[in-house]
Design a protein around this ligand. Structure first.
Ligand code: SF4
Ligand code: SF4
Length: 117
């Protein structure tokens, strides 16, 4: 069963967003998955708040991911406590697109689950 969104007003705003890449949660779970650009993510959890499937968690960035950032992205990440969104439940994604338009940093893209990213 799908988990409830944590912030229904944010989810409503995202659902009305004209750039939302999908309009309904009709895709089979696992058709697509969200990919987070860690150089952009500021760890403010809008994705966690709107995802109806509980795909995201925000936590301290892994050392290897931090090491892969460029100089300015490292500075930015430190300024935000090295927090970043991860997708431990990516297999539950139903491609609704809410996270894509809710992210204020435009850090999320949906990719095909078979793309290998
Ligand atoms: S991916 Fe976007 S919405 Fe999610 S924590 Fe990062 S900046 Fe916030
Ligand atoms: S598109 Fe984003 S908000 Fe929608 S189910 Fe997938 S991860 Fe969650």
């Amino acid at each position: 069963m799908a988990k409830r969104v944590r912030d229904t007003e944010k989810a409503r705003r995202a659902a009305r967003h004209p750039d939302r890449p999908s309009e309904e949660c009709r895709a089979l779970a696992g058709t697509s998955k969200p990919v987070v650009d860690r150089a952009r993510c500021e760890g403010k959890k809008d994705c966690v708040d709107v995802c109806p499937e509980g795909v995201f968690e925000v936590r301290r960035m892994d050392d290897a991911d931090f090491a892969a950032l460029g100089f300015f992205a490292k500075l930015k990440s430190r300024a935000h406590g090295r927090l970043s969104a991860y997708t431990p439940n990516a297999a539950a994604c139903r491609s609704c697109g809410l996270c894509v338009v809710a992210c204020p940093e435009k850090a999320i893209t949906l990719v095909s689950s078979t793309s290998g990213r």
